[in-house]
Write a protein of this length. Structure first.
Length: 309
């Protein structure tokens, strides 16, 4: 009977230990985390427990950086949409240089004299192309008789070859003169050009090419093959003064002693007021070694007001 009594005593002694082992060590359901910590203990522990934030590639920037980006974008000027009557509306954002010019002179008394010179230009330069067109028209009357009536149009288109100083060009030269043996003289040429200088003050380019000339209504009303040697020069003398010169030499392939020379020289002064008006001194000279009975040389000079559009 000793063994049963010993077992009973052991059971009675182990009862409290078994009850303690079966008792729960925490609440049956965990409470939600505190969103507000009045004691501030969580805030003190956060820096030491939580790792620093990592900004992944492509993630949104911080609030202050985002504000700086927004401020920079807002500070950038927004280009206004051009109106329908502006060239940029039709031909793109590259700027155009356009202008019209007019000069009038006359007298009334012993002699009635009226002299007029009108014209204009249209220019544009892009990354790949350079467009240059000019027009001049002269008309004079003395005592009711017409003494001058002529016009000249030039069109030059250059194809810019990336960073190379070489260019490809097309040149059209048209001359109308009531006092020549022809009605209209038209020259069409193409070739290569070389840009010797190109900066804010100086622009110098030379051209070599070939083409043909025809004098419509003239003695030789047929296309005549010819060579071309040309030069374009522009110099910004000061902020308000500009010098420009063009020279084109057209010899015939069959005989270089038969040739034409067309030169155009201008000096321009920008006026203080209005800002888009300039005073222009112009000199245009045309020489033809085969005038067919007319004067070989024709010189036109004028003082004009140039209005830039």
């Amino acid at each position: 009977m000793k063994h049963p009594l010993l077992i009973a005593h052991l059971i009675l002694a182990a009862g409290p230990l078994l009850a303690l082992a079966q008792a729960p060590l925490g609440p049956a359901v965990l409470p939600p985390p505190l969103l507000h910590d009045p004691s501030g203990a969580a805030a003190d522990l956060a820096p030491s427990i939580l790792p620093p934030p990592v900004l992944l590639p492509g993630a949104a920037p911080a609030a202050d950086e985002a504000e700086e980006v927004v401020a920079e974008v807002a500070a950038e000027p927004i280009a206004p949409t051009p109106s329908w009557h502006q060239l940029a509306y039709w031909f793109g954002p590259y700027p155009w240089d356009a202008g019209v010019e007019l000069g009038i002179n006359g007298s009334n008394g012993n002699n009635d004299v009226f002299s007029m010179r009108a014209g204009g230009h249209l220019k544009r330069t892009t990354k790949r192309w350079k467009f240059d067109s000019s027009l001049a028209y002269n008309k004079n009357h003395t005592n009711g008789l017409e003494t001058q009536n002529n016009g000249k149009h030039d069109l030059r288109i250059d194809r810019i070859l990336a960073e190379s100083p070489w260019t490809l060009f097309v040149l059209e030269n048209l001359i109308y003169d009531e006092f020549q043996t022809y009605d209209v003289q038209l020259s069409l040429n193409t070739g290569v050009g070389y840009q010797w200088l190109k900066n804010e003050q100086t622009d110098l380019i030379t051209r070599v090419g070939a083409g043909a000339t025809r004098e419509f209504g003239g003695v030789d009303d047929d296309w005549q093959p010819q060579a071309l040697f040309g030069l374009d020069f522009t110099r910004q003398l000061s902020k308000m003064q500009r010098l420009a010169a063009k020279l084109d030499y057209f010899p015939e392939w069959e005989d270089f002693n038969q040739y034409r020379v067309v030169s155009d020289l201008s000096y321009q002064i920008d006026l203080d007021r209005p800002k888009n008006v300039s005073l222009k001194f112009s000199l245009i000279d045309r020489y033809d070694s085969t005038p067919d009975g007319a004067e070989p040389n024709s010189l036109d000079y004028a003082v004009l007001l140039l209005w830039k559009l």
